[in-house]
Structures are given as C-alpha cells and as structure tokens.
Write a protein that binds this ligand. Structure first.
Ligand code: ADP
Length: 263
C-alpha cells in the first residue's frame, strides 16, 4: 500500500464533485457527485450509453473533464481552483497520480510483443523504479494468484481470452494500485471463459481490501462482491444502495425496468 499523508488518510479514495462531461453538444455526465471510500467496492450499472465507461476513463485521465473535479485521496487529479481560477496540474504530476490507479479494459490490451512475465514487470521496473528481481518476484506471486504460474514465458497470443484477462488483472495489481477500475472485463469473452475471470475477481474481493470501481453486466457477480451499487440513467445516479436492496427492492420504476430486462 503506498504511503498516504495524514491529511488524505480520511479522504475518500475517489471523489467526484459536480463532474460534467460533454462530447461536443452531447452531455454525457451532468453534475455527478459521489465518492468511493477506502476498501469499498462500488459497481456502476445502467443502460448502455448512460456514461459508465466514461466515468472510469475520466478517472484514468483518458478523457478530459468538461467541468467539475475528481480527487484521488483528496488531491485534485487534473486541475483545481485557486483564487477563483482553474489551474491545470503539470502533466508529469497527473501521470504520477494515475500510476496509483489500475484499470482493466474489456479488450485486455496486453503488450503483444512481450511475454506474460514482461507484461507484469514492465511498468513496475520503468515507472516505479523497482529492481528486476523484486518486480519478477511480485509478478510470479500474482501469476500464482490468478492461476497462471505456468504461463510466465508465454506470449499473450498463445493464451485464451480468459487467460489474457487474468494476466491483465495481474498486470494492474503489479503496480499496487490504490484503486482498481474494471470496465466490463468479461464482455469480450466467450461465455465459457467468463467464470474463470469472475473467480479471480471474487477471490480478490474476498481476500484483499483493495478498492474497486467496476462496470459490469454480470448482476449476480455485482451482488456478490459490491458494497454499493449505483444505478445510472442519462448521466445521473438515480439510485445508490447496497446490492441486496438494489436487486431485491429497487425503488424507482426506471431501475425496476432495467433490472427486469437484465436479470
Ligand atoms: P456506458 O459505459 O454506460 O455504455 P459510455 O460511457 O460508453 O456509456 O458512453 C456514454 C455516451 O458517451 C454514449 O452516448 C457514447 O456514444 C458517448 N461517447 C463515449 N465516448 C465518446 C467519444 N470519444 N466521442 C463521442 N461520444 C462518446
């Protein structure tokens, strides 16, 4: 766990304040406010196009915020207000902040020209400055954790989609992130491969206290691992509840309709 200064120890890991995101004239997120506490696992659900992936991409700074703020451990991620003016943080500082966030994408995004082991050690060595031996030791531990110890020297193309996604999860964990973002990580997989990836994540949820913000259509899985489920519709959070309540007694008709269609 990276050291946090005392001032940020009680801050939420992630905080969204009046977040607005537009693509051209299209407003995708409209004044979003929510936070994710340390150790919390929060799942975003809602219809396609409601802005869930955009939220994760904003946290990863893969998209530019139109308005509002995102804080990591109480520190502004990309910009802050000083003396009534918007002040952008230096690119180098933003890049440093994002090394504390891990993201796993739908489409694995492994480095194809590297072995599995190299995929896991590349960033810890070159970004965090870890020694090769230390990075390798940690990578092998993580491969064991995701059940792929025997694939360390394989190239990603030799692996099934489920195995590639397990490598991608291990690669994100190799950076010891403070928060793990999971964007529909089983959506690109053949149905028979979904279980092994969810198994790895269930294991992670049961045996670690890593903070997770995830988008998934696997409602059973969301119910099992989440502390909170946020229902999105048209760029707004319309319900925010523990999973037992969200799935068994949703309040709003919009949520009821959505869950009826996907459950
Ligand atoms: P969800 O994850 O809930 O399906 P997304 O966050 O992927 O929703 O998308 C929300 C909306 O933003 C959609 O209408 C989508 O078309 C639009 N959108 C996402 N990325 C872009 C982009 N790069 N350019 C233009 N529109 C985008």
């Amino acid at each position: 766990m990276p050291a946090t200064d005392p001032a940020s120890a009680n801050s939420p890991v992630l905080q969204f304040e009046d977040v607005v995101k537009k693509f051209g004239d299209h407003t995708v997120l409209e004044g979003l406010n929510f936070s994710v506490e340390r150790g919390e696992r929060v799942t975003l659900i809602g219809p396609s196009g409601s802005g869930k992936t955009t939220i994760l991409r904003l946290v990863m700074t893969l998209e530019h915020l139109t308005g509002g703020f995102i804080y990591l451990d109480g520190q502004p991620l990309t910009h802050e207000m000083r003396g009534g003016k918007r002040v952008e943080r230096k690119k180098r500082d933003v890049a440093k902040m994002t090394t504390r966030i891990g993201m796993v994408f739908q489409q694995f995004n492994l480095f194809p020209n590297m072995t599995v082991l190299e995929n896991l050690t590349e960033a810890p060595i070159h970004v965090l400055g870890r020694s090769k031996a230390e990075a390798k030791h940690r990578a092998l531990e993580l491969l064991d954790q995701v059940g792929l110890s025997d694939k360390a020297d394989a190239h990603p193309s030799r692996l099934s989609g489920g195995q590639q996604q397990r490598v991608a999860i291990a690669r994100a964990l190799a950076m010891d992130p403070e928060v793990l973002l999971l964007d529909e990580v089983t959506s690109a997989l053949d149905p028979e491969l979904v279980g092994e990836v969810l198994g790895v994540l269930r294991d992670l949820a049961e045996n670690t206290d890593i903070t997770m913000l995830l988008v998934t259509h696997e409602m059973q899985f969301a119910a099992e691992v989440s502390h909170r489920v946020l229902m999105f519709d048209q760029g707004r959070i319309i319900e925010d509840k523990p999973p037992a309540q969200m799935f068994s007694e949703p309040e709003l008709e919009r949520t009821q309709e959505f869950l009826k269609a996907v459950l």
